[in-house]
Design a protein around this ligand. Structure first.
Ligand SMILES: Cc1ncc(CN)c(N)n1
Length: 227
């Protein structure tokens, strides 16, 4: 790696074409201005709930692969935060929509949802701690970017937006602190790492960034199994 440059700066820069597409996606924009039909949002909440069940397992894998107690504590704290803070958002919205917690948990993941979580879990189970982080990072980082962006763009109408709780959650310092910690960890883990390994880590980062786009598109079109 070029001296003095952070690996995450490169990851961020190279992912911008994908992340910009995420930010401009009509689903994301519809959350921002509150115009997204409620049925689409409810569909997304259900798919995202079962996504988060799988995603949270990566933090358990991170706890197991960590080399020191402080990193283990950070991973286990983040796991707790997803299960109790982030997923509480979904449970609250679901309650408003008349969907029970049991129903949420029983949701069948769509092909894109399944492909995305299987990709991350497979890489994480078989790879290094840096590989776990390369899969986790776009999810934590880009959601925080989206939360902050939507809050900035639509701050004047946030109170009347039915999705304000979503925007407040993902733009919050609490949510952002996990992204910031993962960025720091990624830079620590890749210090002195050879270029061909960085290329492989970047591949996972790009792949999960692309899956993020596909997830937005999947919920927008409510893509189900053909059979
Ligand atoms: C699909 C997806 N990606 C990321 C996040 C943020 N944890 C989420 N809730 N859902």
């Amino acid at each position: 790696m070029t001296q003095g440059k952070l690996f995450t700066d490169r990851l961020y820069r190279n992912a911008q074409p994908i992340w910009n597409k995420n930010h401009q996606h009509p689903f994301v924009q519809g959350i921002g201005d509150g115009s997204l039909p409620i049925e689409l949002f409810a569909y997304y909440m259900k798919q995202d709930y079962v996504y988060l069940i799988e995603y949270s397992k990566l933090f358990a894998i991170g706890t197991q692969k960590a080399k020191d107690l402080q990193t283990m504590q950070k991973f286990s704290h983040s796991l707790h935060s997803i299960l109790h803070f982030e997923m509480d958002l979904h449970r609250k919205y679901a309650k408003e929509f008349g969907i029970s917690e049991e129903e949420l948990e029983q949701v069948k993941p769509t092909p894109i949802n399944l492909a995305y979580t299987n990709y991350m879990v497979n890489v994480s189970l078989n790879g290094s701690l840096a590989e776990v982080v390369s899969c986790l990072l776009p999810c934590a980082w880009d959601y925080w970017e989206i939360g902050k962006l939507l809050k900035k763009q639509h701050h004047h109408q946030i109170k009347s937006n039915p999705y304000s709780h979503w925007i407040e959650t993902y733009s919050s310092d609490e949510f952002g602190s996990v992204a910031l910690w993962l960025i720091k960890l990624m830079n620590q883990l890749t210090e002195g790492t050879r270029e061909h390994e960085l290329v492989s880590l970047e591949k996972h980062f790009q792949m999960t960034s692309r899956f993020e786009y596909m997830f937005w598109d999947m919920v927008y079109h409510q893509e189900e199994w053909p059979l």
